[in-house]
Design a binder for this molecule. Structure first.
Ligand SMILES: [Mn+2]
Length: 348
């Protein structure tokens, strides 16, 4: 297991020297943020991320995320051009030493929460999801803006895009996914890059848009549509765990670790039906048993990348919701400790 930490580039209030001082940190997870979805990432921009990491004793082996253009998800004729662009980004990233690319296949909206700084009893705050609040939202009318919402869409643009999805049901989205993953796989094979799809977050449909990466059945199907082991997953505990029907330890044990290239480890506390808040990482603080999950990964021989996922805001820290330094650093150390204990126990 290689412990990593997400870094949002030079404008991130969390600095690389900060990240370097977290015990056992091997590298950063980052991206080129200045290019809109569907664009080619300049080699200089990729090199800048790599060089900044290396100067601080950190590796840059995981890109998160390389966005998939909506035309690919919609299956439009223009998708072939965007798939070629995606392949070019795979080639450029691999030239810079990246071996794992995290992406998602969620139409229109990325991850979604109803609250970014819900106060918790201990004085910290965290991201939260309340189903009723989200159901009451109309993305086309609401002035509320959430982090998973692409700000570059005008209301009209968003309306037009959501209309395009009217004819795309889950079956069609699966077909478009299969076309995409099989289209890029020869390049992945050639470059030695693993693709790691992130589950939909939350793992259920929202605003009438289809969502397909939601649990054990999705993983069985996505591995079926493209059999290369380089077609793998980002196992995000918090995303999958928001649906209590997802038994994540069983998913790991049944699917094996060959396709798990990247793990997002965080805990959540389920507070009602389709309601949850993001908690501190330890098992006792949330609804997920982190020991069981890491144990399943260890038993499966997992040796990919892992990172603490979202953290709470603690100790008065201000910054990017979910991506402060302190609670994620605590999470990383907790995960490293659990892993050490499991590894030593297994040796007897
Ligand atoms: Mn995640």
């Amino acid at each position: 297991m290689k412990m990593t930490f997400r870094w949002y580039g030079e404008n991130d209030p969390v600095t690389l020297p900060n990240i370097r001082q977290i015990p056992q940190m091997s590298g950063i997870v980052s991206a080129v943020y200045s290019v809109p979805p569907g664009g080619v990432w300049p080699r200089e921009s990729i090199a800048a991320v790599k060089d900044a990491a290396h100067k601080n004793g950190l590796l840059f082996e995981v890109a998160e995320s390389v966005p998939v253009h909506e035309d690919i998800k919609l299956g439009l004729p223009s998708r072939d051009g965007y798939i070629e662009t995606f392949c070019e980004n795979i080639r450029r990233l691999s030239e810079a030493g990246v071996t794992c690319i995290c992406y998602n296949f969620m139409p229109v909206f990325d991850w979604l929460r109803s609250e970014l700084s819900k106060p918790l009893p201990d004085g910290s705050n965290a991201l939260a999801y309340d189903n009723q609040t989200v159901l009451d939202l109309d993305p086309l009318k609401s002035s509320l803006s959430l982090p998973g919402w692409d700000e570059s869409y005008s209301k009209e643009g968003l309306k037009a895009l959501m209309n395009q999805y009217k004819d795309i049901d889950e079956e069609k989205l699966w077909g478009n996914f299969a076309y995409f993953i099989n289209g890029i796989m020869p390049t992945c094979e050639e470059c030695g890059v693993n693709m790691a799809i992130h589950p939909d977050d939350p793992p259920w449909g929202i605003f009438g848009l289809p969502r397909i990466i939601t649990g054990a059945k999705s993983y069985a199907r996505m591995t079926e549509v493209c059999k290369s082991p380089r077609n793998g997953i980002t196992l995000c505990f918090g995303s999958l765990g928001a649906d209590p029907n997802n038994d994540i330890a069983s998913i790991i044990r049944e699917a094996g670790c060959e396709r798990i290239h990247f793990v997002h480890a965080r805990n959540i506390k389920i507070t009602g039906e389709r309601c949850f808040e993001e908690s501190a990482h330890p098992s006792a603080n949330g609804s997920l048993d982190m020991y069981e999950l890491l144990k399943a990964l260890h038993d499966g021989g997992f040796d990919g990348f892992i990172r603490p996922d979202h953290g709470r805001m603690i100790w008065g820290e201000q910054g990017r919701a979910g991506y402060g330094l302190y609670d994620r650093a605590l999470g990383a150390v907790y995960l490293t400790g659990l892993w050490e204990a499991i590894a030593k126990q297994m040796k007897g």
